[in-house]
Design a protein around this ligand. Structure first.
Ligand SMILES: Nc1ncnc2c1ncn2[C@@H]1O[C@H](COP(=O)(O)OP(=O)(O)OP(=O)(O)O)[C@@H](O)[C@H]1O
Ligand SMILES: [Mg+2]
Length: 237
């Protein structure tokens, strides 16, 4: 177990119906790496991301660089939801500025950062547009830009290719490597194996709420150990 980086111990989650969704999850990832969550639908990937983001109750401990997650400063962990959750009645600029303003930042600084990010993502002309006027891929980039406004140390992305056609996997992979440079740890849940192979440093494979495998990505893709992961990879290639 590394002393630094991200460490999760005994993470469990039971919902009110009594169903165990996450079952005694342990893993650790060094900082400056990308962790990809893989596993069948319903295996608990989104739930684990929401637990890390602190918007879901769980038992167990999560620590990043020696600091317990619930004590990290506001905005240190960002989550981009599968369906983006942009505010529909706010313009793109308002969507980007809202959280940093609520946190008490200076408006001029926030505006400057928003323009920089929009420029970076090639969306400067969408400042005054509303989310419904954007394509799926554009909404996704705005959702990512919005979370980068808070300068998160840890960025969590749930199914970042869900709104995109498969040909855009290379573009997303490039975008994600780019993002990796601006935060310390990326955790990505995806069904897209080609994307996972391109960007993952580590793979956490979940099956029915359990960790079936947690390995360096190159080892995982070369030679998955668990039967469930073998089958998953065989079916998806
Ligand atoms: N609030 C909740 N109440 C009850 N059950 C829930 C709740 N949230 C998730 N679940 C259940 O927990 C399990 C894990 O769901 P989760 O969304 O984390 O899976 P996933 O791996 O992200 O799946 P997918 O690949 O389809 O996105 C599923 O069986 C789901 O039905
Ligand atoms: Mg999910």
């Amino acid at each position: 177990m590394p002393k630094s980086g991200f460490i999760a111990k005994n993470i469990s989650k039971t919902v009110s119906s009594g169903l165990d969704i996450l079952k005694d999850i342990h893993f650790s990832v060094p900082a400056r790496k990308t962790l990809v969550l893989l596993g069948p639908s319903g295996s608990g990937k989104s739930t684990l991301l929401r637990c890390i983001a602190g918007i879901e109750n769980y038992s167990g401990t999560m620590v990043y660089e020696g600091q317990s997650l619930p004590h990290m400063e506001k905005g240190a962990i960002g989550l981009v939801f599968q369906n983006f959750q942009l505010f529909p009645h706010k313009t793109i600029m308002e969507n980007l500025m809202l959280a940093p303003l609520l946190k008490g930042g200076k408006k001029a600084d926030i505006l400057k950062k928003a323009y920089e990010l929009l420029e970076h993502f090639g969306l400067k002309d969408k400042v005054d547009a509303y989310p419904h006027q954007l394509s799926g891929g554009q909404k996704q980039r705005i959702a990512i830009a919005r979370s980068l406004m808070m300068a998160p140390k840890i960025l969590l992305l749930d199914e970042p290719t869900s709104a995109l056609d498969p040909e855009m996997v290379n573009d997303v992979a490039a975008l994600l490597s780019d993002i990796r440079a601006s935060c310390e740890l990326l955790v990505i849940a995806t069904h897209e194996l080609r994307l996972a192979e391109k960007i993952a440093d580590y793979v956490l494979f979940l099956d029915g709420g359990f960790v079936a495998e947690m390995r360096e990505a190159s080892d995982f893709f070369k030679d998955p150990h668990s039967d469930r992961a073998k089958k998953f990879i065989a079916n998806m290639h």
